[in-house]
Write a protein that binds this ligand. Structure first.
Ligand SMILES: Nc1ncnc2c1ncn2[C@@H]1O[C@H](COP(=O)(O)OP(=O)(O)OP(=O)(O)O)[C@@H](O)[C@H]1O
Length: 255
């Protein structure tokens, strides 16, 4: 069934990105239904990160359009797209080593207000964000580490803190780039549960190589190969698709 325009959170049409003659994303059509959890998967180099960067404004498309809830956002800057309710996480951690988790979240909350992002932080101003910061830390399971410098957190805890920073922006649409990359099984399980909780009332698009994560979370999966959409459907549908099996076997034989 084709979703109506109100049901579509994010849509890419004919999206293309060339890097000096190399087509990394090739005429991609993508429809993300509001309230859904949509996974982007595909072999290494398929164009997943490039597509993410296009959707969040970190790259400008060579061709094609992107709409957020029906509004054309093609070519807008990342902050402008964020303003439309789209927030993203990154594969690489971008935390301040000496800043504590609570301070990180308070700053993220402050950045949404008219006070903007300021590095001279008045204790009094920051205190008003504390209750919400503590709620977000509890949400991602970091309450007990609120006062520990971020540099001393374990890898999975840093990723959880980054999730709290994205949540602080209260986005309607969350783009999560490999939320479980490099995690051990315990952190993966915790992250799946966390994404399930935060996906309630939101739209989530995520990239992940872990098929257990994709199968546990996604109600829709788009498979990319060499910049093109190879298949799309439910996890069960794409898993059984012979073209997808061949693409992954091809990758395994080159590993
Ligand atoms: N800035 C760039 N300049 C030139 N080529 C690039 C650039 N960024 C990505 N590419 C190329 O575009 C292709 C797609 O890369 P991309 O990182 O989007 O793939 P991916 O599916 O995210 O891969 P992975 O699963 O390994 O993260 C690759 O061949 C990559 O080398």
């Amino acid at each position: 069934m084709t979703p109506s325009s109100q049901q579509i959170a994010l849509q890419a049409t004919g999206l293309t990105k060339d890097f000096r003659g190399f087509r990394a994303v090739d005429n991609v059509d993508l429809t993300v239904v509001a309230g859904g959890v949509h996974a982007l998967v595909g072999p290494n180099g398929a164009g997943k990160t490039t597509l993410f960067n296009l959707l969040s404004g970190f790259l400008t498309p060579t061709a094609g359009t992107i709409t957020v809830r029906g509004e054309d956002v093609t070519g807008l800057q990342p902050e402008q797209i964020a303003h439309k309710g789209v927030a993203r996480s990154f594969q690489i951690t971008s935390l301040f080593e000496n800043l504590k988790p609570r301070e990180h979240v308070e700053l993220a909350l402050q950045s949404r207000t008219s006070l903007g992002r300021r590095f001279w932080r008045s204790e009094k101003i920051m205190r008003q964000f504390r209750p919400r910061a503590d709620e977000l830390l509890a949400e991602v399971g970091l309450s007990h580490l609120a006062e520990k410098p971020a540099g001393e957190l374990a890898y999975g805890q840093k990723r959880a803190l980054e999730m709290a920073l994205v949540l602080a922006l209260d986005p309607a649409i969350m783009l999560l780039d490999e939320p479980t990359a490099g995690m051990g099984i315990e952190d993966v399980t915790r992250t799946i549960e966390l994404v399930k909780r935060i996906a309630v009332g939101r739209t989530v698009v995520f990239v992940d190589h872990n098929m257990h994560v994709v199968g546990s979370l996604a109600d829709r999966v788009t498979v990319l190969q060499q910049g093109k959409v190879l298949a799309e459907g439910s996890y069960e549908e794409v898993r059984r698709d012979p073209r997808v099996i061949t693409a992954y076997l091809g990758e395994a034989s080159h590993a």
